[in-house]
Structure formats: structure tokens, C-alpha cells
Design a protein. Structure first.
Length: 384
């Protein structure tokens, strides 16, 4: 006898049809995670998931322009960037500490146009560092090559933190080249060691991929990565590792020397490439380290005095808002994994707090959030 589907099974089937069939891919909707599990190992099947209408910080009404965002909020909450937040959080006051709102918050289509025009407003002046390659010089990329673009701004520009919205490279290949370069990019959000950076997950979890456009009448290509407003994030240093996807005969290391290459050898020159330009696009945010350090020290001092930090509610609300807004700019992670804790990285590298001070501040904020505001904490994973 045929078995009948339950109401929940029908609901899952309908939700999968509605939300999990984007870009020609299919998936299954998970109600508990409000996300799609895409079939075939891809992550491109998910459409925008509609907002939740309900109590507290859920939406009172969904946005008519975008079903994944709120249109209005319940009593006691206010609408901020498509999300509902407690009304007692003064986001405007946070601007005195970090200028989150700037006149460079363009829409993604505007950003794409400005990047194509190489608009100077989006240039971030970085220092190119590499002991392995030189710009505008042909080299053999069959072993891993490393490049870095660094700001060193926590030494020279203490009153700014920096946002990356895109990266571009101009790569030229020898005629009839069989190489297909592949990049691994690591980002240090507020400086620190290489282990305190994260890897850009190209094409995963909705993250963008490199766009490759051939320049007219040349063997050169513009490689562009547009993060846009969804995936923009803080950066201090960008580490770029280059490898080739092509399958090549095994070579000894001394055959890929860093000196001048012999372009006359037809058996080798097809592999050579050169990078003539590497550029980070973004903008800088004003950052008042002294003012923020003073607020953090108030929380730290009150916490060490034995739970009296509840009295400084305005400071607690302020830091909760700043922590949330910074951690929203964390890079994507696999479904079900906690987002990276960029706020603690900023405390460590820009305010120079010790690990014990950072733990105390975060613990105080967590307690205030759960015991006073009665809100659940969002789990984060340690990066710094």
C-alpha cells in the first residue's frame, strides 16, 4: 500500500520548491536551520529565505521590496538595515567610536561600475611585498608563489580601520599558454600573525568568485573579485598565494628559479605569466581608539568589582551594539558553524588588550545581554 506523506513532509517539499531551486540547482529546505542543503555538493541553490513574523526581535511585517528583510518591527524594537534591534540601542552614538556609515556605501551595481572605471575613491593604498615575484616580470608559477598587500595602519594610521570591498589583478600569459592560475587569499582583519587570518571561500556559502575578462588585442586578463556590501569586511593585510591548475611534469625546485627567465625556450615559455598590477579596493572608517578604550575599561573595571557592571547600562548597550555590528562583517562560514569573532581581534590588535581583559569584557557583555536584555547570545569562534 502506498504511504501517505505527513503534513511536515509536504511542508518541507513545498518549502524546498520555493526556496531551494536557484541557478538550476536543487536542494532540500531545513526548517530548523532556515537554510537549504543543496544537492550535488554545491551551495548555489538557495533563494532568499523570507523573514520571520513573530514576537520580540522577529519582524512585524516583511519588506515588500525584499522578502528576506523586515519591513517593520514589533513594539520595543526598531528597524535597522533590514533587521529588528532593541530601541534602547543607540546605533548613532556608535558612530562616535567607529564611522560605520559612510558616503561610500554604494549599491553593488554602483560598486561594479566604479570598479570597472577604476574610480579613485575606492583605491586603498597598500604596500606590495613579495620575495618570490616582481610585478610586470614574467615568472614560472608552477610552484606556490606568495604576495602580500599590507597597510601597516595600526602603526601609522591609528585613527582608521579599513574595509575591503574588492580585489583586482592584471595577469598576462605567454601566447598559447595552458596555465589557469588559482589563488588562495588570506585576510588579516586587524593585523596579527598569519594564523589570525581567514581564507576567502570562493564560490562557497554564497561567496563570490573571481571574474576573468580578457583585455582587447592582448594576452592579458583582468581578474576581479567583487565582495560588495554583503561580503565586505575589515582588513589590514591581504596574503595572496598563486598556484597553477594545470597538470605538469614533475620538476626539480632549482628549475623554477626566481631570476630572469629564458623566453626563447619554446618548451617552457608557454607556462610563464606576469602580474602587472594588484589592487585592493575599499575605504577607511574613522576609528576613535582612545574613546573606545575608555568605554571598554569601564566595563572591565566594573566587572572586576564583582557584578556591578549592570549600573553602567549605557556603556554596555553601546559596546553590545559595536560588537554586533563588527561581527556582522565577519566572513562566511559553513552552515551550522559559529561566525568568527572579529570584535575580539579588534580589542587585541587595535586597543592592545590582554587575553584576560578580552575574556572579561566579552563575559560581561554576554551576561548583560542574557540576564538584563533577556536575549540569546550568538556563538562566535575565536580567530585572534
Amino acid at each position: 500500500l502506498p504511504t501517505c506523506r505527513t503534513i511536515q513532509e509536504w511542508l518541507t517539499r513545498v518549502q524546498s520548491l520555493l526556496y531551494c531551486n536557484e541557478n538550476g540547482f536543487w536542494g532540500t529546505f531545513l526548517e530548523s536551520q532556515r537554510s537549504c542543503v543543496c544537492h550535488g555538493g554545491t551551495s548555489l541553490c538557495q533563494r532568499p529565505i523570507p523573514c520571520i513574523i513573530g514576537g520580540n526581535n522577529s519582524c512585524a511585517m516583511c519588506s515588500l521590496a525584499n522578502i528576506s528583510l523586515c519591513g517593520s518591527c514589533n513594539k520595543g524594537y526598531k528597524l535597522y538595515r533590514g533587521r529588528c534591534e532593541p530601541q534602547n540601542v543607540d546605533s548613532e552614538r556608535s558612530e562616535q567610536f567607529i564611522s560605520f556609515e559612510t558616503d561610500l556605501d554604494f549599491q553593488d551595481l554602483e560598486l561594479k561600475y566604479l570598479l570597472q572605471k577604476m574610480d579613485s575613491r575606492l583605491y586603498v593604498h597598500t604596500t606590495f611585498i613579495s620575495n618570490e615575484i616582481r610585478l610586470d616580470t614574467f615568472f614560472d608559477p608552477r610552484w606556490r608563489k606568495r604576495m602580500s598587500l599590507t597597510l601597516k595602519s595600526n602603526k601609522n594610521r591609528m585613527d582608521f580601520i579599513h574595509m575591503v570591498i574588492g580585489i583586482s589583478m592584471r595577469i598576462c600569459q605567454m601566447r598559447n599558454s595552458s596555465l589557469d592560475p588559482m589563488f588562495f587569499v588570506y585576510v588579516n582583519p586587524f593585523s596579527g600573525s598569519h594564523s589570525e587570518g581567514w581564507n576567502m571561500p570562493f564560490g562557497e556559502y554564497g561567496y563570490p568568485r573571481w571574474e576573468k575578462i580578457r583585455l582587447q588585442n592582448s594576452q592579458c586578463y583582468n581578474w576581479t573579485l567583487l565582495l560588495g556590501n554583503r561580503w565586505k569586511t575589515f582588513f589590514e593585510t591581504v596574503h595572496i598565494y598563486l598556484r597553477s591548475r594545470t597538470r605538469l611534469p614533475s620538476l626539480l625546485r632549482n628549475e623554477t628559479g626566481q631570476g630572469p627567465v629564458d623566453l626563447s625556450d619554446p618548451t617552457k615559455r608557454q607556462f610563464y605569466i606576469k602580474i602587472s598590477d594588484v589592487q585592493v579596493y575599499g575605504y577607511s572608517l574613522r576609528f576613535n581608539a582612545d574613546l573606545l578604550r575608555s568605554a571598554v575599561q569601564q566595563v572591565n573595571q566594573s566587572y572586576t568589582q564583582g557584578g556591578q557592571f549592570y549600573s553602567s547600562s549605557s556603556v554596555m548597550l553601546l559596546l553590545l551594539d559595536i560588537r554586533d555590528r563588527i561581527n556582522r562583517l565577519a566572513p562566511p562560514v559553513a552552515p551550522g558553524k559559529p561566525q568568527l569573532d572579529l570584535f575580539s581581534c579588534m580589542l587585541k590588535h587595535r586597543l592592545k588588550l590582554t587575553n584576560s581583559e578580552i575574556i572579561r569584557v566579552n563575559h560581561a557583555l554576554d551576561l548583560y545581554n542574557t540576564e538584563i536584555l533577556k536575549q540569546s547570545d550568538q556563538m562566535t569562534a575565536k580567530l585572534c
